[in-house]
Design a protein around this ligand. Structure first.
Ligand SMILES: [Fe+2]
Ligand SMILES: [Fe+2]
Length: 418
């Protein structure tokens, strides 16, 4: 048993905020869907565990959107539902802790007419998928700029017009009951994060489980673009190994792995056109790129138990010589773990393969790292430590990168359908 690190609620909340970065135009869509689906599950008289599954399933229902082109708008969601749901289900199936949500997400866009013919053993997830589907539709119909109580009648009519082909009659009558409760609609528009902030399931999560859960997040960050498809995986294993060689404690090393998984989580805010630009970025583009480290910090600092992880992850572009970004830290202001992370990041970025270039050869990588250390951008002792154990670390990084790249290709293929 490893020590408790944080809580499920804090992790899920950070994750949801990260998802919101991808498409700011769909304001709090995930929160709204999870809020409304949870209320539906209460109105249906679901058990506590079913309600929790409904809540998490609803939060994750659009997780597949990370692999779609560009920024996601409401139109995209409506016009490519099955691809989104399939990709999301694939991502969730990769991990034991989220596998139970996979079926829910996979069917979250399926009409009742199709679902009702499924065999009995999928009955429970089927009902949850329907609640997510209805809540998703409600969220898409909801306008931000019209008084919410003046919209209920119209939304109700619209849902019934779509009707029993699309929705289970039992879920429809739970929806009708909710239409009578003003506070539900007021919460939906004005406080959709209500349950996220005050979730009854405030379960504690160990360091080891956090590593696994953040691997899912890192895959979502990486899979956004083939240019980054294996990056976080390589950084995480490099950072953890370097930390161990540098004498950090076992617990700290595990936290370094988590920080490595999440160091680029703020990249969800960066448009794909910038992430995928093979050449040099213009000054304007680079300014946008700089936002990612800032958002990594904003997302992680509110997670309980992540005091060090947030700094180790978010300060990976700070430089000892004060020429980094975005906090302009220098020298002693940069924690040791952040210096390790910076070396792991540069090393992985130059050594890994990208669609437009091969990974650099060992000698060239060493040259790059040493010249960065000379300029005072990277820590000299940590760079030398990496060079001393180069082959061992590179083999680990390469294995992680290859595995990540394989998973990416498989997910991409499956999401495009066959
Ligand atoms: Fe970065
Ligand atoms: Fe990075």
């Amino acid at each position: 048993m490893s020590a408790q690190l944080t809580t499920m609620r804090d992790l899920v909340r950070a994750f949801t905020r990260a998802m919101n970065l991808i498409s700011p135009e769909i304001q709090n869509h995930h929160e709204k869907v999870s809020y409304f689906a949870y209320r539906l599950s209460e109105a249906m008289g679901c058990s506590e565990s079913e309600r929790r599954l409904t809540f998490y399933g609803a939060l994750m229902h659009d997780v597949g959107s990370v692999m779609t082109e560009g920024s996601l708008s409401l139109m995209d969601i409506e016009s490519r539902p099955s691809e989104l749901a399939r990709t999301g289900a694939l991502l969730l199936r990769m991990f034991p802790s989220t596998a139970s949500l996979s079926e829910i997400v996979e069917r979250s866009q399926s009409p009742w007419e199709k679902l009702k013919r499924l065999p009995d053993q999928v009955k429970a997830p089927r009902r949850i998928s329907q609640m997510v589907h209805l809540a998703d539709t409600v969220s898409l119909l909801l306008k931000e700029d019209v008084s919410v109580l003046n919209q209920v009648g119209e939304i109700r009519e619209c849902i019934h017009r779509i009707g029993e082909r699309e929705f289970d009659p039992a879920v429809l009558s739970a929806f009708d009951a909710l239409c009578e409760r003003e506070s539900v609609w007021l919460d939906l528009l004005y406080r959709p994060q209500l349950f996220l902030d005050d979730m009854p399931d405030d379960r504690s999560v160990s360091v080891d489980e956090t590593i696994r859960l953040t691997e899912l997040m890192s895959r979502i960050i990486d899979f956004r673009s083939p240019f980054t498809a294996m990056h976080s995986a390589g950084v995480a294993v490099t950072a953890q190994t370097l930390a161990a060689l540098a004498g950090m404690s076992q617990d700290e090393c595990k936290q370094m792995r988590i920080a490595g998984n999440l160091h680029d989580i703020g990249k969800l805010k960066i448009p794909k056109s910038i992430l995928e630009k093979p050449g040099k970025l213009t000054d304007e583009e680079f300014n946008i790129m700089k936002e990612h480290a800032y958002y990594t910090y904003i997302l992680l600092r509110d997670v309980r138990g992540f005091d060090w992880i947030a700094q180790w992850a978010a300060f990976h572009h700070e430089k000892l010589n004060n020429k980094g970004y975005p906090f302009k830290l220098s020298g002693d202001q940069i924690p040791f773990g952040s210096r390790v992370m910076a070396v792991a990041d540069v090393f992985s970025a130059v050594a890994e393969e990208r669609p437009y270039r091969k990974g650099m050869e060992k000698q060239k990588v060493i040259e790059v790292l040493r010249s960065d250390a000379e300029r005072g951008a990277l820590s000299k002792p940590i760079v030398e430590l990496l060079i001393e154990h180069y082959d061992e670390i590179d083999a680990l990084r390469d294995a992680e990168s290859r595995a990540a790249s394989k998973r990416y290709q498989e997910t991409l293929k499956a999401s495009q359908g066959d």
